[in-house]
Design a protein around this ligand. Sequence first.
Ligand code: NAD
Length: 253
Amino acid sequence: MDKLKNKVAIITGGAGGIGFATAKAFLDEGAKVLLVGRSEKKLEEAVKKLKSSNVSYCTADVSKTEDTLHYVNDTLGKFGKIDIFLNNAGIEGAVKPIAEYPEAEFDKVIAINLRGVWLGCKYVIPKMSDGGSVMITSSVAGLKGFAGLSAYVASKHGVIGIMKVAALEHAGRNIRVNSIHPGPVHTRMMYSIEKEFSPEDPSKARDGFESNIPFSRYADASEVADLAVFLASDESKYMTGTQQVIDGGMMIQ
Ligand code: NAD
């Protein structure tokens, strides 16, 4: 119940599936949480659902410098410090072979998933308390290829590089930086990918994904949140620069 007592956390993509589930888990463990996202309406709804006086939100586009500075300053203004940073906001982009992939879409995915994560590391970590924990949400798509998802796969491989460098640069202050690599999770993103792969019958795409998962099912977002609690808490205090896979065994084969 108190694993994160008196800690202050920022979660980007905080109104989305994994971000919201993690906000709930962090609050249950005693943290104060600031949700970051683009849609004020969704953030307001998320805060309402979380029913806690320890949660607030800030509207920001993580791909923009001024917005990043805004959510950093907003957190410091509201809660006075930053101990935990879940650098998590992301988009899936188009599902098309590279030869047909729109260039503008590639740039958009890289701007949010890669530049956004880098901006978060650039502006949040220097303001964090010593001994803090940074988690970057990558994916199994950061560890292997998926045909049709070139921009997404490139961005999720890229954030591992950012994670490793940030872990080295901040080890002196005992700030740990690790990446999280979920397989498919029951959220909007996965349902949208299913529709792109199999517009007429998304359940076919789901069957295909599930047949590649030894546990034969997607994760629940709360299962990813449990891993984030572990990485955010002192239980993982000697872990930095690691890639944490949570995928029901998908990466074994
Ligand atoms: P989601 O779509 O439910 O949540 C993503 C959130 O990011 C949304 O709230 C969205 O508004 C926000 N966001 C997008 N662009 C933004 C921007 N420019 N600025 C601020 N916020 C922005 O999806 P999710 O599954 O919760 O995804 C969270 C993270 O987990 C993503 O990085 C995703 O790539 C990763 N991931 C998801 C899965 C999965 O199967 N769902 C698997 C592996 C990794």
